[in-house]
Ligand binder design. Structure first.
Ligand code: GLA
Length: 387
C-alpha cells in the first residue's frame, strides 16, 4: 500500500479530516546470534523492507479504536486508555502493551486514538509483533512530543512483551526494528546495547529467506522455558565463577567450569549460549573479510546447535535446512528467530538461486506436505514517520 492508499484506508474506517499521520516500522531477520539476547550475548540481525504501517489520529477522549487492513472482517475493535487489558491473541495487545510500558516510565498518554494498521511482513516469525510495538512507540513519541530515542522505543517494546504480553524475549527484535539500516546488519552487544552497523555485501551471494509456513504455536511457552533453563544453568555456574550472564564465558572457560551445572538439559542450553556467542563474533569477523566459507560454516554450526543442544527447531524446519544444505552454491543454512517453526536463512551463490528455489520447494513439500515461500532478503530502514 502506498501513502495515498493508507490514508484512504484510514478515512474509510474512521472518517477523514484532522491531523492524520502515518508511520512505519520493519520486521527483522537474524543472521546469527540466536537465543543469546537474554544471555548477555551479541546478535546480528537486520531490518527488512517490509513491516507494519500505522495511520493514526488522536481523539479528544480516552477511547482506542483499531482497524487492521489484514483482518478487516473483524471491523473496528475498541479499547480504552482507562482499561489496558490483554485480550486473547488480539494484535491490539501489542499496542496496549506499549502504552503500558511508556506509562510505567512516567510518560503521560492522555488522549485516545483511532489507529489503522496494515502489515506486509510475509508469513510468521519475522517479528511482526516487534514491528507493531516499534511503530506504535514511534507514533506516540511523535504525537505526544516525548523526548525518547529509538533505543528507548525498542526498550518499551521489549517491556510490553515481558510485562504485558508475557513473552520474556530479549531486545534483539525491537532493536532491529527501531534501529535498522538499509544494506546493513546490526552487530549488537545485548549486555551494553553498544552496536555497530556492518555492510551486508556478500560477493556473488545473496541471503535467502525461506518461510516454512509451519504455524508455530506454543512458541512463547517453549521460549520462556528455555530462558528459565539458561537462568538455572547460570545460577549453578555462579557458585564457581563470577559472571552475570552465560555469554561472558569463553568456550574454554565454560569447559573448565561446566560440571557445576547439575541438570544435563540446562547444561546443553548453556553450551549453546556460550558457543553461539563465540560463533557470532567469529561470523561477523568473517563477513567483514568477505570469507563466506567461514561465515556459512558458522551459520551451519549455529543451526545444528539450535537443533541438538537448544532443541528449538521442529521436523519441518529440519527438513528445510537439510534440503537447503544439499544444494549447489549454498554456504550455510539454519533456522532463524524465535524457533519451533518460522524461517530459515541461507547464503546462496547468486547464479544458483533459481535452482535452489525449485529443488528446495519440491523436496520440502515431498517431505512435509507443506509449501514453503522462498525469497531474497531485502533490508530496510528502522521505525519512522512516513507522512
Ligand atoms: C525471539 C525473541 C528475541 C530472540 C529470538 C531468538 O525472536 O523475541 O528476543 O531471543 O527469539 O534469538
Amino acid at each position: 500500500m502506498n501513502n495515498a492508499e493508507l490514508k484512504e484506508g484510514f478515512a474509510k474506517a474512521f472518517g477523514d479530516g484532522g491531523d492524520i499521520r502515518g508511520y512505519f516500522a520493519p520486521g527483522r531477520v537474524n543472521l546469527i546470534g540466536e537465543h543469546i539476547d537474554y544471555n548477555g550475548g551479541h546478535v546480528f540481525p537486520c531490518a527488512l523492507n517490509t513491516g507494519n504501517y500505522a495511520v493514526v489520529r488522536l481523539r479528544d477522549d480516552h477511547k482506542l479504536r483499531f482497524f487492521s487492513a489484514n483482518y478487516s472482517r473483524l471491523g473496528i475493535l475498541e479499547g480504552s486508555l482507562d482499561e489496558l487489558v490483554k485480550k486473547n491473541e488480539s494484535w491490539t495487545n501489542y499496542v496496549k502493551g506499549v502504552i503500558f510500558a511508556m506509562r510505567e516510565k512516567g510518560y503521560t498518554i492522555d488522549r485516545g486514538f483511532d489507529c489503522y494498521i496494515y502489515g506486509n511482513i510475509p508469513g510468521s516469525g519475522l517479528s511482526s509483533s516487534a514491528a507493531m510495538e516499534v511503530v506504535i512507540g514511534t507514533m506516540i513519541k511523535d504525537f505526544f512530543g516525548l523526548d525518547v530515542s529509538p533505543i528507548d522505543i525498542a526498550l518499551f517494546g521489549q517491556r510490553a512483551e515481558n510485562g504485558f504480553i508475557g513473552m520474556n524475549c530479549g531486545i534483539m527484535d525491537q532493536f532491529a526494528s527501531a534501529m535498522g539500516k538499509t544494506g546493513k546488519a546490526i552487530f549488537l552487544d545485548t549486555a551494553t546495547l553498544e552496536y555497530e552497523y556492518v555492510p551486508l555485501e556478500l560477493e556473488g551471494c545473496k541471503i535467502v529467506v525461506a518461510n516454512s509456513n509451519k504455524p508455530h504455536s506454543l512458541v512463547s511457552s517453549h521460549y520462556n522455558e528455555r530462558r528459565q533453563e539458561c537462568e538455572r544453568a547460570l545460577s549453578d555456574l555462579q557458585k564457581v565463577v563470577d559472571i552475570k550472564a552465560l555469554c561472558e564465558l569463553t568456550p574454554e572457560r565454560f569447559e573448565e567450569v561446566k560440571s557445576a551445572i547439575s541438570d544435563p538439559v540446562c547444561l546443553a542450553r548453556a553450551k549453546h549460549a556460550v558457543y553461539e556467542e563465540d560463533r557470532t563474533k567469529k561470523a561477523v569477523a568473517a563477513l567483514r573479510e568477505n570469507d563466506l566459507v567461514t561465515f556459512g560454516r558458522l551459520l551451519n554450526e549455529s543451526g545444528d546447535s539450535l537443533r541438538y543442544d537448544y532443541d528449538a527447531t521442529c521436523p519441518e524446519i529440519d527438513a528445510l535446512v537439510e534440503e537447503a544444505r544439499k544444494q549447489k552454491g549454498v554456504y550455510g543454512s539454519r533456522e532463524t528467530g524465535g524457533g519451533w517453526g518460522g524461517n530459515t536463512v541461507s547464503i546462496v551463490k547468486e547464479d544458483c538461486i533459481a535452482d535452489f528455489r525449485k529443488s528446495v520447494s519440491k523436496a520440502y513439500t515431498e517431505r512435509t506436505g507443506l509449501s514453503c515461500s522462498i525469497y531474497e532478503l531485502e533490508t530496510g530502514e528502522g521505525g519512522r514517520r512516513i507522512f
